[in-house]
Write a protein that binds this ligand. Structure first.
Ligand SMILES: Nc1nc2c(ncn2[C@@H]2O[C@H](COP(=O)(O)OP(=O)(O)OP(=O)(O)O)[C@@H](O)[C@H]2O)c(=O)[nH]1
Ligand SMILES: [Mg+2]
Length: 658
């Protein structure tokens, strides 16, 4: 059977990342060989390689219970194991959000489970992930599939607890239960999931190449764990919403879609796909294939209409038959399951979109360093060439003219030093401005603000309290972004003045300081705001007034906002460190050139042979600089290679890049 297209694309993506990582490493060595490997730059490039290495592509599966999410995951990704790897069964099966990935640091197969009781704590799941001791870990023996499948059954574990405990954990509400099950005596005990979250590290090639699959439980898991909707789903490259052909689009499917899914992908709904699963229930031996086809087509259109998306974003499939077909290597059944159409869509759209983001990011980091280095090489080349020209013109110069030239060079050196003084004092102004920006974006400031908002909210964990606090919180964040934006503009203006001062009477041209924009972060906050508004107004929240859920929600909100601020802080910090870089490099070059000029003049002063000697030296230098520029261009070209055109001859995975 033809190799899964998704796998091919993921492998190509992995090789592409390896190529880029190698180019960056080659560049780092080259910088060292040219004595240009400044610590700051090396660190940034090193981080870029690390980013590539830890890059992950997440696909999340969400739906009401029993729509076939887990079966779909088994069929798309894990059919090689010739069995149903993750537990999938009738009724509620998956009890906690489950992330499948590969832990390249520990390099081990395991399932790690977070006890449900951690819901009582103030830490978010993202925080808890940093502390393995809080999780229960079971090793997975990948050579014993039966035992492994047995261990994986942990994700469906439940337990019976007194109703009060369930209430305390925010997993039971009398109002909600009554609205679903009618009035009556509240139960003494309630069944709740044993685990809150599961991490499965598994050495599957796709996962080793950076794929993360997020399986979620149906039945209000999204409402219970706000972190899913606030950060996990928005951060996934693709969200696959699963419906089932035998049930059609039910009220609860629609609620979930409208309250949690549709909005989490922004206006463009990028990466949002719907699968209409279980089309085998529409197969009918009495009908002819064209009739069956027509029924499926009409359900697809109907589904698209209910969800308000285009019909070509709805993929009719049958996960169960696809898994069976793959296990039995039955090409005809696989074709009828239509799974390959969905797989192709995922590989042709999701992977390239992700690749484009990674590429832009890498060009943003390494590309600007390339530019800066090229600039200084070009100006070095210009300096050497003009020195050589001068020398050639000096062949018949008399001592008097030479003296005059020495004098002029001394003057230029003095003028240069004066400019340096001005430069140093403007740098101090710049540093003051930078401090305002860094203070505004500091996590200490953020935590203090968050603490104040929380204090205000203490004792009123209600939707009304939430409304007020959210107002204060988002107003504060908007203010912060405004301050940063204004200061960044001013800083940029100051930097530009400093640059212009040097431009005035020199051959320094080309590189300009970069700008910094808070737009991306403001947009993130705007998205978070709408997500929060939706949560506040969602039926579950308003109906139950569960202080627990509100509190949980607020913690997730804070944790996500903190992440946005830390990202902005990081980018601003890099920007501020970089802003003067091209100029500093230019200054160093300029100084060197003037010194060399003096040295040349002195040599020529000594003897006519000195002139010839120096000229030869300059010609050799020119050739060397030109060769280095060619090397630099080659590396730059490799970095910026449009996606799809790269020729990876090495065919080694990223993990093998030392
Ligand atoms: N007929 C048919 N049954 C399917 C198909 N896909 C899944 N099922 C069955 O539907 C049931 C539910 O599948 P799961 O994969 O456990 O569903 P889920 O969405 O993960 O459900 P939860 O984990 O409870 O949220 C299982 O019994 C599957 O065998 C399909 O394509 N056709
Ligand atoms: Mg499941």
């Amino acid at each position: 059977m033809e190799e899964n297209r998704f796998k091919q694309q993921m492998r190509a993506f992995d090789h592409w990342k390896a190529d880029i990582a190698r180019t960056i490493q080659q560049f780092m060595h080259w910088l060292d060989s040219q004595q240009l490997g400044e610590a700051e730059i090396s660190l940034r490039l090193y981080e870029a390689v690390e980013t590539l290495r830890s890059d992950r592509l997440t696909i999340a599966f969400v739906a009401e219970f029993s729509r076939g999410k887990t079966e779909l995951i088994n069929a798309i990704f894990f059919s090689d194991y010739k069995r149903r790897l993750l537990p999938s069964d009738a009724g509620r099966t998956t009890m906690c959000p489950t992330e499948l990935f590969y832990d390249t640091v520990e390099d081990e197969a395991y399932i790690r489970l977070l006890p449900i009781e951690t819901r009582l704590e103030e830490l978010s799941i993202a925080d808890l992930k940093k502390d393995p001791s809080r999780w229960t870990t079971f090793p997975l023996d990948i050579n014993a599939p039966d035992r492994m499948a047995e261990t994986l059954q942990q994700v469906i574990k439940v337990k019976e607890v007194p109703r009060q405990d369930a209430e305390r954990l925010g997993l039971y509400s009398a109002e909600l239960s009554a609205s679903m099950n009618g009035q009556g005596e509240p139960p003494a005990t309630v069944e709740i999931p044993q685990w809150r979250h599961a991490l499965i590290s598994f050495p599957h090639p796709l996962l080793q190449q950076g794929l993360v699959v997020l399986d979620t439980p149906g039945l209000n898991a999204l409402g219970n764990e706000p972190e899913l909707t606030l950060s996990m789903l928005p951060n996934a490259q693709a969200v696959l919403f699963v419906l089932a052909a035998d049930t059609g689009v039910t009220r609860s499917d629609l609620d979930m879609w409208q309250n949690h899914i549709r909005g989490c992908r922004g206006e463009a709904r990028a990466g949002l796909v719907a699968a209409l699963n279980k089309i085998d229930t529409l197969w009918d031996d009495i009908k002819n294939p064209a009739e069956v086809e027509a029924t499926i087509e009409s359900q697809r259109r109907e589904t698209a209409r209910s969800l308000g998306i285009e019909a070509d974003k709805v993929f009719p499939v049958t996960a169960q038959k696809a898994l069976l077909a793959k296990i039995r290597q039955d090409g005809d059944l696989l074709r009828r399951s239509r799974l390959l159409i969905l797989e192709s869509y995922l590989s042709d759209n999701i992977i390239p979109a992700k690749q484009a983001i990674v590429r832009d990011n890498m060009i943003g980091i390494a590309g600007s360093i390339f530019d800066g280095v090229r600039q200084s090489f070009l100006s070095r080349l210009k300096g050497v060439q003009s020195q050589a020209d001068e020398l050639r013109g000096m062949k018949d110069t008399n001592a008097e003219v030479l003296q005059h030239m020495v004098k002029k060079t001394r003057e230029r050196q003095a003028a240069f030093n004066k400019k340096m003084e001005h430069f140093q004092s403007s740098r101090r102004v710049l540093a003051q401005q930078a401090k305002i920006i860094m203070d505004a974006l500091s996590l200490v400031t953020f935590d203090r603000m968050m603490g104040d908002v929380r204090k205000d909210m203490e004792g009123s964990w209600s939707t009304a309290g939430l409304k007020k606090s959210m107002q204060t919180f988002f107003d504060n964040m908007r203010d912060t972004m405004q301050i940063v934006s204004r200061q960044a503009d001013q800083t940029y203006a100051v930097a530009q003045t400093i640059y212009n001062k040097f431009y005035e009477d020199s051959n320094f041209n080309g590189t300009k300081p970069k700008m910094f924009s808070v737009k991306k972060y403001s947009e993130d906050f705007e998205k978070l705001y709408w997500e929060a508004e939706k949560f506040r107004n969602s039926p579950v929240t308003t109906m139950t007034e569960q202080s627990f859920v509100v509190k949980k929600f607020f913690i997730s909100l804070g944790s996500h906002a903190r992440y946005i601020v830390s990202q902005a802080h990081q980018e601003a910090d890099n920007w501020l460190k970089d802003i003067m870089h091209p100029l500093v490099r230019y200054i160093n070059e300029g100084k060197l050139q003037l010194e060399q000029q003096m040295e040349t003049l002195n040599k020529v002063n000594e003897s006519k042979e000195g002139l010839q000697e120096k000229l030869k030296e300059l010609e050799a230098q020119t050739a060397d600089i030109e060769a280095q520029l060619a090397t630099l261009d080659e590396m730059d070209h490799a970095l910026r290679m449009p996606i799809g055109e790269e020729v990876s001859q090495r065919q080694e995975p990223l993990s093998s890049v030392a």
